[in-house]
Design a protein around this ligand. Structure first.
Ligand SMILES: [Zn+2]
Length: 284
């Protein structure tokens, strides 16, 4: 499931080009096609087509795990969920014939320059919204973990004003935007905090360490173009650098104790029982 670094990698590619794909900034929409109706949450397809054709992409950005395409009059938002992917490809072959769409292509925008933006989504959980203001969809999201205005003191207050286990709290997009299972497990190991620790017991020093750990694993993930596991994300190699995620039974990179796996809120959680002692065994 794509998390902040994977979504950021796709956003950067759409904005600046890369992976043999051109940037979509400055491109004008010539045609719009929706092949799986539930992909487009709002508006209806006729309205969507009418509104988006003729509009130019002004910018591409990310908020949490959402990708935002800013058009002249509206924003087109995508959430990739389990298996969504966005790529840019030519829609005509060398003979000028239209290249057929792929089996799992759900929504396509044709640009006037001969390229198309393709939203491909095998498992069909991904969603798109065309809205006048992105806040209508993004209003409930917590702060961006890499935003420098999120200080350790603010983060500490956020943690201690709630009374929840760290793992599900960090996964809650209303608390902090962008983290998923991989980067949460990696950050908690880095910070030496047990995933079941109650957030109200986190000290200022631990909050500072945890924020630093979250930023460190996210930056490392972005640097490696994300992790290519469980879904169709192409090109990233962060999966080769996991310290605990899906490393059950393998030695902890710090103390060599075998990594353990537990299930918290139906999510697999990986941790080192020595580096991340259970809350009641901790000395603070
Ligand atoms: Zn360890």
């Amino acid at each position: 499931m794509p998390e902040l670094p994977e979504v950021e990698t796709i956003t950067r590619t759409l904005r600046g080009g890369g992976r043999d794909e051109p940037s979509i900034v400055g491109k004008t929409v010539q045609g719009a096609h929706v092949y799986w109706m539930r992909t487009l949450t709002t508006p209806s397809m006729p309205t969507f087509t009418k509104k988006i054709i003729g509009q130019k992409v002004k910018d591409v950005s990310r908020r949490g795990k959402f990708i935002l395409l800013q058009f002249q009059k509206e924003y087109l938002l995508f959430h990739l969920r389990m298996s969504g992917d966005l790529k840019v490809e030519p829609y005509l072959d060398s003979k000028g014939c239209k290249i057929p769409v792929q089996k799992h292509d759900r929504l396509i925008l044709d640009f006037t320059d001969g390229n198309r933006l393709v939203f491909n989504d095998t498992r069909k959980f991904g969603r798109a919204w065309l809205v006048a203001t992105p806040q209508t969809i993004l209003g409930n999201l917590g702060p961006e973990p890499l935003d420098p205005t999120l200080t350790p003191v603010i983060f500490h207050k956020m943690l201690t004003s709630r009374s929840r286990q760290l793992k599900p709290l960090l996964l809650d997009q209303k608390f902090l935007a962008g983290l998923g299972n991989i980067y949460t497990d990696e950050a908690l190991h880095f910070a030496k905090l047990h995933p079941l620790m109650n957030s109200e017991d986190v000290s200022l020093e631990q909050a500072q360490t945890l924020l630093k750990a979250i930023r460190s694993v996210l930056r490392e993930g972005i640097k490696r173009n994300g992790a290519s596991i469980d879904w169709v994300f192409r090109g990233g190699d962060f999966q080769n650098h996991f310290r605990v995620y899906q490393c059950t039974g393998e030695p902890c990179p710090v103390c060599k104790t075998p990594i353990q796996r537990i299930v918290i809120g139906q999510r697999s959680t990986h941790f080192c029982p020595v580096c991340q002692p259970e809350p009641e065994k901790q000395s603070f």
